[in-house]
Ligand binder design. Structure first.
Ligand code: ATP
Ligand code: MG
Length: 557
């Protein structure tokens, strides 16, 4: 049946004795025929649930600017699908979604899926080269674009295969069409085409931390793969009738789309869309208060900015869980968030574009262990492998974090057009995360850095993240990035780029103090031998530290 309940993904409704019991009992259910649009939209659009709110479009003023019910969502997506079909978009074609946090973004993805076509989320932060690369690489034939960002699309369009441009909040030019006018005029389709769970639904690009971003092909089943950690870590095993989800991150990344927006819609909950430009901590507090946001997914960078703002004027008591991830969170932020959101559970989760949300805290059933990213989510077989033999290592041994590839719906199909890269990524039945970690005897995973970022110094393996985090605990330090630089004696040594806190001046004494500080916290051999004070650190579009740029700066790339 289309859009059926799928009992396996409602395990939060049962009582569990322990996390182990839940992990043992969980089994993947992946129907052979499965189209995402049936599950995140049409199944809630009947007479019983149709009036539920699917999306709140938040405004800068008080109150709900606009709401989209599930019945509306089904209607708009049928119509947009009809319009795209009339423009020749076919099953398997790729369609760019180049729009910020707005209802139109969700509508566009779902409409594309209804045709059996493949959506390609594109950040509005991309400049011309970022957009051109992804549109050309994905071979997209159509693109939905928003406001001022349409200009960027117009500039790069001649170098792409784009035949259809749909504009939102921007006057169409030439052969372009306006989104809502297209919806009004279209002959609607009758729901989603019948697709296999294995058919492509989406191509998402990796962040490009290490090199060119790679297009990651995900099948319709991917959402099912994300639901267990959504329930354990993002909801802490509790979903309520009045839950409201929001993330300040753009709806262009795997974590926002598949851990917030589409799981929210899968469970028939409302998701807040707010298109407010660059992140502003005060506005974030305000949105949480106004919409009674209860599940608030915020990346560490956003939380770090919120720490600087004053939350006292806001009522943040609606927040129940603050999941975070994408990069290391750090203890001080956990403490701050627990206090600020009045006892909310702060959970770190871990995943990547190729296999999202594998591991995460679930304090309803597990204890919080400082420094770890929690245990593997139900259904995922996560291990730490010996880098040479690819055999699973024992507790406390450092190796590469990996997940069993076969039969785990969260795993990607392959990289688009990069068979070599896929072969390097999936080996001996494991999807290799290219991240280093260790697992304790109870299965809690500690993230230690990326395999490529590991510094091997006089035979010691040193994770840059540990040093960065240790530096960040020093009061003189605002932020730090660490890379390995060549050294005659030790092969490689860690070098730290340090952004100082406001009002602090760099000096030789401070360098010594910072080195001693890290050495005291980590290990005698584990401290930055070189320290350079900088004004800022290079980051990716998602705000992650880009160590590759620091290496370029040092002439190492
Ligand atoms: P590219 O693959 O193009 O180099 P990327 O790996 O940064 O870029 P993403 O797939 O967006 O692109 O990011 C996933 C990576 O983010 C993980 O492999 C890991 O290195 C890091 N990460 C995710 N969650 C966490 C976390 N909780 N703590 C630390 N790092 C994390
Ligand atoms: Mg990666």
């Amino acid at each position: 049946m289309r859009g059926e309940r799928l009992d396996a993904y409602w395990f939060h409704e049962r009582e569990w004795e322990s996390y182990d019991a839940l992990q043992d009992a969980f089994e993947w259910t992946v129907p052979e025929r499965f189209n995402l649009a049936d599950y995140v939209c049409d199944r809630w659009a009947d007479d019983v649930d149709g009036d539920r709110v699917a999306l709140y479009a938040a405004s800068d003023e008080d109150g709900h600017d606009e709401t989209v019910t599930y019945a509306d969502l089904a209607d708009y997506t049928n119509r947009l699908a009809g319009y795209l079909a009339s423009r020749g978009v076919e099953r398997g074609d790729r369609v760019g979604v180049h729009a910020p946090q707005t209802p139109e973004t969700a509508i566009a993805h779902i409409a594309v899926w209804k045709l059996g076509a493949v959506s390609v989320p594109l950040s509005t932060l991309f400049g011309t080269e970022g957009l051109r690369y992804r549109l050309a690489d994905s071979g997209a034939v159509a693109c939905v674009s928003y406001g001022e960002h349409v200009e960027t699309l117009r500039e790069v369009r001649p170098e792409t295969a784009i035949e259809t441009v749909v504009t939102v909040d921007a006057d169409p030019e030439g052969d372009e069409h306006e989104f809502w006018a297209a919806i009004d005029a279209a002959t609607p389709v009758d729901g989603a085409v019948d697709t296999a769970a294995e058919e492509d639904a989406i191509v998402i690009y990796t962040s490009g931390t290490t090199g060119d971003p790679k297009g990651v092909r995900h099948a319709h089943r991917v959402l099912l793969g994300d639901l267990p950690v959504f329930l354990t870590s993002f909801c802490n095993l509790d979903l309520r009738d009045d839950d409201v989800l929001w993330t300040p991150s753009e709806w262009a990344w795997v974590a926002t789309l598949f851990d917030v927006v589409f799981p929210g819609l899968f469970y028939g909950k409302p998701v807040v869309a707010y298109d407010g430009g660059p992140f502003d901590p005060e506005t974030a507090f305000d949105i949480v208060e106004r919409y009674d946001v209860s599940l608030f997914f915020a990346p560490p960078t956003a939380l770090r900015m919120m720490v600087q703002a004053d939350p006292s004027a806001y009522d943040l008591s609606s927040v129940r869980v603050v999941p975070s991830g994408g990069e290391s969170l750090g203890e001080s932020i956990v403490e701050w968030a627990e206090t600020t959101f009045e006892g909310a559970a702060v959970h770190e989760a871990y995943g990547q574009t190729e296999a999202n949300m594998l591991v995460g805290d679930c304090t309803a059933l597990t204890e919080f262990r400082e420094g770890t990213i929690g245990p593997a989510g139900p259904g995922h077989e996560v291990a730490v492998l010996d880098p040479e033999t690819r055999d699973p290592l024992g507790p406390g041994e450092v190796g590469e974090i990996a997940v069993r590839y076969e039969d785990d719906p969260v795993c990607f199909v392959e990289y688009l057009g990069k068979p070599e890269a896929t072969r390097g990524k999936v080996r001996d039945g494991w999807l290799l995360t290219e991240d280093l970690g260790e697992m304790d005897a109870d299965g809690y995973v500690t993230f230690l850095g990326r395999t490529d970022g590991v510094i091997i110094s006089a035979g010691y393996r040193i994770g840059p993240v540990e040093i960065e985090e240790a530096l960040a605990t020093h009061p003189a330090v605002a932020n730090a990035g660490v890379i390995g630089v060549p050294d005659d004696e030790r092969g490689e040594v860690p070098k730290a780029f340090v952004v100082l806190a406001d009002g602090v001046e760099g000096s030789d004494d401070l360098v010594t103090a910072l080195r001693d500080h890290v050495r005291g916290r980590l290990a005698k051999y584990e401290y930055p031998r070189a320290v350079e004070f900088v004004d800022g650190l290079p980051t990716t579009e998602t705000g992650k530290l880009r160590r590759a740029s620091l290496e370029e700066r040092e002439g190492l790339r």
